[in-house]
Design a protein around this ligand. Sequence first.
Ligand SMILES: Cc1cc2nc3c(=O)[nH]c(=O)nc-3n(C[C@H](O)[C@H](O)[C@H](O)COP(=O)(O)O)c2cc1C
Ligand code: SF4
Length: 697
Amino acid sequence: MRAFERLLQPGFIGTVRTRNRIVKPGAAMLYWHEDETSLNPRVRAFYEAIVKGGVGLVIVEAPIVDYPLGGRWRRRYRIDDDRYVDGLRELVDLIHSYDCPAFMQMNHDGPWQTQPWGDPEPLVKERPIASYPVSVSSENDFHNELPRQLEEPEIEAIIEKFARAAERARMAGFDGVDINAASSHLLHNFLSPFWNRRRDAYGGDLKGRARFLLGIVHEIRRRLGREFPICVTLNGFESGRLLGIPDEECLKFEEAVEIAKMLEGAGVDAIQVRTQWIGYHVAGFFPEAIFYPELPFYPTAFPYPYDFRRRGSFAHLSVASAIKKVVSIPVIAVGKIDPETAENALRKGAVDFVSMNRALIADPDLPKKLASGEKTRIRPCTHCHTCLDPAPVKRCRVNGAVGLDEPYEVRPVLRRKRVVVLGGGPAGMEAARVAAARGHDVVLYERWRVLGGSMLLASLIKGSGIEELEGFLGYLKRELRIAGVKVVLGVEATPPVVARLSPDELIIAAGGVPHLPEVKGIRMPHVVDTARLLTNLMRYLGLFGPKLLRVLSRYLLPFGERVIVLGGDKKGCQLSEFLVKAGRKVAIVETEQEIGSGMFPHLRLALLDFFRRKGVEVLTGVREVEIVNGGVATLDGQGRRFLYAQHVIPVPKWKSQKELRQTFLSTAGEVYVIGDCLEPREIVDAISEGHRLARTI
Ligand SMILES: Cc1cc2nc3c(=O)[nH]c(=O)nc-3n(C[C@H](O)[C@H](O)[C@H](O)COP(=O)(O)O)c2cc1C
Ligand code: SF4
């Protein structure tokens, strides 16, 4: 059998033929605005890249079915009126022009609090709506507001709205719909006994709780006939154990199985399976989230049939395959599934299709690359969760094109230029890769004997359990080679060196420079000179690589048992996590009122919880810090404290080196400064800057 033969085999969902078994599931990129009635260039560019890459089926992110109560973000399209049909038709025509079918997802955010994650412009001002007034206080979920109970006529009106939206989907040319009854949206809210405590026709036993969802399915079937495929995205179970809620009170796997059978009986054509974790919204669709920074419970305590191996890669797959055993319609697995796992599952008949969301955001050409035997050229998703960032325009940490409002593919250059890149970190490598892929003659200088820059350090500190930065680094190195970039390691290119090459374009991506913060006592012997340490680490990283060095650091870490970390921003918190995992007793001292600034909200909360469990002492709002013999003395609103430790680690501040532009100005036709060298930020900024600059030169 050929590699990935099953994954690349055509399939059917109802009457719709797919060219392979890879589905792009519905995912809100939020590139739209509620006022739009036509396709905007950013949405076009995103979906065009996805379909061009050869995916089998695209499920377009849900437009708002019931405006405004059914939505939470203004950056979604609408489908509650016929005037929105034309805009969607433009998108469907585009998808069809690449020989790919398109489904439209439909959901209802009714029970969610009015401001889920700091949207600056809340869409809904009134109380959320739900099966029953139940709220759960958890900063990591969307149910902190007590919703209002829907009356029966209101439920029937929402059924009508879903059915009208499906009709409009067909008018727009969609080949089918995906009804999202997963996550903790309104339809799941009715299915779950934890949320739905009604005693009328829409509550009580499973039949009553499923009446709403089945009502929608029946109504769509009645209006659009047997030929129009309906997929339902379903939670294979719901667990409350993260908050101490007994799983028996939630939607159990056995009930999900019964719902799946009911859906099949009602004429549903496919079921996509996820899970739901009360109190932790993200864990329901990113199965690795629950493993960060460590499992909150013993692995065998996962509800049946959740498979905890490979930190989430088998989790939803195992639940989906258990559901497949009881239905004969296609079952789609989704959640951190890589091509090999997918192929194995398909060969075993465990599932029929596999949805890949982030893998396709990271590299829309994944299906094509699998088909042409270029698997090693796939740009891997690092599972960093950057795409969940509620930033005005979503980006991807590894795919610098995501978020552009022009076609993603890079265009060949008309005139081949000589491009010199200084710096082999993320910004420099990405700029070199794209410039060379376009046809430029590119030389990259890196002063260390190893490529990677800040990614090596990040990989060392964060490990590769959840985030897989090393895979991405490997991809960049391979692509530099394939694109013909000449890489010169261990040489710090000076202006005369660059001038001799007389480049048309010089890209300076030499990274930021670490500086110790100004704290009294910073030169004392028990203070770790982190600026120097980072320099030494780069040497060792070149020798051993991040993975081995991380293992070695457990035994060779030159710090005592008690350590104080000065600085509790994202970097300070991640360093503290590393130290705790290396067996140190850690205290964090921060002048701001909170620690973890710069982290994504859900990861920050998970890390704070980990710190609490591990007894990390956290001092925030500290007005004055002084490093003294034996530790650190702090002054906050309440008084002076002395913290004892063998070592104090100040989190270095990073400074730009943008003055290098002036230094090199006369050496090239054009000189650019990008990445941390311009302004120290995140890897996603470095990649997108490198990518976007190289597209234009
Ligand atoms: C930015 C983003 C937005 C998402 N929005 C939705 C959504 O609107 N509806 C939905 O069913 N799933 C949504 N998801 C979840 C994805 O469909 C998918 O289940 C998840 O990314 C896990 O699959 P993966 O590991 O292949 O990425 C979203 C995921 C991301 C990253
Ligand atoms: S690399 Fe990060 S931002 Fe990109 S798709 Fe994966 S998780 Fe999302």
